[in-house]
Design a protein around this ligand. Structure first.
Ligand code: AVI
Length: 328
């Protein structure tokens, strides 16, 4: 049996709490639409709720991504130049990565570098994947691009890099920001390095609304937990009973938006951000966007940002794509 994985937790953000307070202050004092950044949905509770969301019958996204990896991992591995090290952006607990690592480990010893801002996610990732023979893991508790720069600096001569960006996390960026991000990743890669990019595809709006507003209320709890997190971490007094989860589809932007709607006029004190906010009945705080794509649009995004697409696989049950790009 392989030794338990070693998780290195290199330099953290300078002051995560100060960054959080600043982001909350900025988002809640915006003129017009109030916002909170979706990255803060994922504290311990939020991450656990997201894992439950992935089990919901109405939310097929995670299962579709995993099905594609399970079905096509060998083909993906055959397309990669060897030797290759694997970096994963936002690895979470790493469940969906197993298929790729196992396929690669049948061809070569694999160095796997999960990058995630959550130490507990990295720890669970090491538990989940650290026992695959011929796979060694070093985790980076860092932001995506910082982590990727560190991983790239560790590569040995002649070794390629495969970057995994799974789960359609790119959909949580605005489209221009998503492209800018792909370009930044490209700037860290060498020609011939690979990027496996997952994207959730367009599907009927009623299916999307149900996926993001499930009858069991798990997504609502996931959304409201952001306010609970602000209460806990920033000494705020949001009354969660005074907010409802609201989901809408913007068919121009082709995205699902999650909001928290105030059910009555109220004011909230966020002490650690030195902030008093007032909300009117019906006003919303926008907490997440989840963009949906077309297959050819994904190819275009890759081409405009310095990649060539080698293959694209789609899931028939839940429209979803995995696209394998090579840096040009
Ligand atoms: C992580 N991300 C791709 C999910 C999504 O579908 O946009 C987050 C999520 N939000 C609500 N449900 C799931």
């Amino acid at each position: 049996m392989a030794a338990p994985a070693r998780i290195r937790t290199e330099a953290l953000l300078e002051s995560p709490l100060a960054d959080f307070a600043a982001a909350v202050r900025e988002g809640l004092t915006k003129l017009g639409q109030k916002e909170l950044p979706s990255r803060y949905l994922y504290d311990e509770v939020g991450s656990a709720l997201f894992e439950v969301i992935c089990l919901l019958p109405e939310y097929g996204l995670c299962r579709a991504g995993e099905r594609l990896l399970e079905r096509h991992a060998e083909e993906i591995a055959d397309l990669l130049p060897l030797p290759v090290a694997v970096a994963e952006l936002g690895s979470g607990t790493g469940t969906k990565t197993r298929w790729i690592l196992e396929a690669l480990a049948r061809r070569q010893p694999v160095n796997y570098f999960p990058i995630d801002i959550s130490r507990s996610a990295l720890w669970r990732c090491s538990q989940e994947l650290g026992r695959i023979d011929s796979v060694s893991i070093v985790g980076f508790e860092r932001e995506y691009l910082d982590g990727l720069v560190s991983v790239a600096a560790r590569r040995v001569d002649g070794e390629h890099l495969l970057v995994l960006f799974l789960g359609s996390t790119i959909g949580n960026f605005d489209r221009p920001a998503g492209e800018a991000f792909l370009r930044q990743v490209r700037g860290i890669l060498h020609p011939g390095d690979a990027l496996l990019l997952a994207t959730d595809l367009e599907k009927p709006v009623p299916d999307l609304l149900l996926a993001y507003d499930d009858p069991a209320g798990v997504t609502a709890a996931f959304n409201r937990n952001l306010l609970a997190r602000i209460n806990r971490a920033l000494d705020a007094d949001f009354d969660l009973a005074k907010f409802v989860h609201a989901v809408r589809y913007d068919d121009v932007e082709r995205r699902i938006e999650m909001h928290l709607r105030a059910v009555c006029d109220q004011s909230v004190h966020v002490r650690a951000a030195s902030l008093k906010v007032t909300l009117q009945a019906g006003e919303t705080i926008w907490t997440e966007s989840s963009h949906k794509y077309r297959c050819d649009e994904v190819l275009g995004m890759g081409e405009r940002t310095g990649y060539r697409c080698a293959a694209q696989w789609t899931d028939a049950e839940w429209p979803f794509a995995q696209s394998l790009f090579f840096a040009e």
